[in-house]
Design a protein around this ligand. Structure first.
Ligand SMILES: Cc1ncc(COP(=O)(O)O)c(C=O)c1O
Length: 324
């Protein structure tokens, strides 16, 4: 235990996320599960090479789709309701009526997870608006929306990212303005992020730290971003144009419960380069350290506050596993 701002916090993770854990193993004589990765479509489990979309599907033609990634902890999916709520918010934002209730999605997820006993899973729900004429007009859609849920085992994170942290580069490409394709919508159109990641990797970095059109920090290509300055946490506000990350939400909550101050405010690269710590968040990562930005070291490995909020986050996930 260690004091952070006068509060006692755990310094060691209770159970490191995404590392193999001892889960109940099935009896192979009784159960022959589908080999992951596989897909579930309307309750039917299929190998990936049989889970196909037609060439006139709008997700393929225009990126006219939306998605969520849910993960498991001790074999159970967590924050599923939050993910489904965000899926609905994205759908509403792109004029898309989802025909399914939450219970329907939960059943698709359960069907897949039943095929993966003893494994932690990465679960990707992808919904296309459907297919029709090769015409961008949504009034020309001829079919029902199409939902496929893809399952694969969660792979352990590269140990370098835990030991040292991510190395980030700021790309020339800026984050989409919320007034064009709003980054709050988790759609299948990730070209903005794809181009930023390509630029960052070309500079030898692991990921991109993306600015908005005015030069404010937004987020990474698949993670939200935080800095620590003088014991306080800063992260970009939602209206700068970022994804409303589920992990970000709970990290802010648990950090405040630890007595830490969290500012959701606009800031620039200067504040990042002079920060004491920086970390990134996503469903697959929790809160993981940022080592360098544009070649300049911020902090090597987990800083004290990064460690405290990451531990508190996974404790929160574990404590609430049966309530999602
Ligand atoms: C652009 C972007 N930002 C942030 C996140 C993190 O969101 P969450 O914590 O809900 O996984 C993601 C996750 O895919 C993302 O794609």
């Amino acid at each position: 235990m260690k004091a952070v701002n006068g509060n006692l916090v755990l310094l060691k993770p209770l159970c490191p996320p995404l590392l193999p854990r001892l889960l109940p193993q099935p009896n192979p004589k009784e159960f022959l599960p589908m080999q992951a990765p596989f897909a579930v479509i309307k309750g039917q489990t299929l190998p990936l090479n049989q889970a196909l979309v037609p060439v006139n599907d709008r997700s393929f033609l225009f990126g006219d789709s939306l998605y969520e990634v849910v993960s498991t902890y001790q074999g159970k999916p967590y924050f599923t309701r939050d993910h489904l709520q965000r899926l609905r918010a994205t759908a509403a934002g792109i004029y898309f009526d989802l025909p399914w209730e939450d219970a329907w999605f939960e059943n698709e997820i359960r069907t897949g997870l039943n095929q993966m006993p003893g494994q932690e899973a990465y679960v990707r729900i992808v919904v296309s608006r459907g297919s029709g004429d090769f015409n961008i007009d949504i009034d020309t859609v001829e079919t029902e929306p199409f939902c496929v849920t893809i399952f694969k085992p969660s792979l352990p994170m590269n140990p370098r990212f835990r030991a040292q942290g991510f190395s980030l580069a700021v790309p020339e490409t800026r984050r989409n303005s919320p007034r064009s394709l709003n980054p709050a919508f988790k759609t299948g159109n990730y070209l903005n992020n794809i181009l930023c990641l390509k630029e960052a990797k070309d500079q030898g970095a692991d990921d991109a730290l993306i600015l908005d059109l005015e030069g404010h920090i937004t987020e990474l290509t698949t993670s939200n971003f935080f800095i620590v300055r003088q014991g306080e946490i800063w992260t970009a506000p939602l209206d700068v144009g970022i994804l409303d990350g589920i992990t970000r939400r709970y990290l802010i909550q648990v950090a405040r419960e630890l007595g830490l101050t969290v500012h959701e405010k606009r800031f620039g690269l200067e504040e990042v380069l002079s920060a004491d710590e920086a970390f990134v968040s996503s469903t697959l990562k929790g809160a993981m350290p940022v080592w360098k930005v544009n070649g300049q070291v911020i902090h090597e490995g987990y800083g004290e506050i990064n460690r405290a909020v990451d531990d508190a986050y996974w404790q929160y996930v574990e404590a609430h596993l049966d309530s999602y």
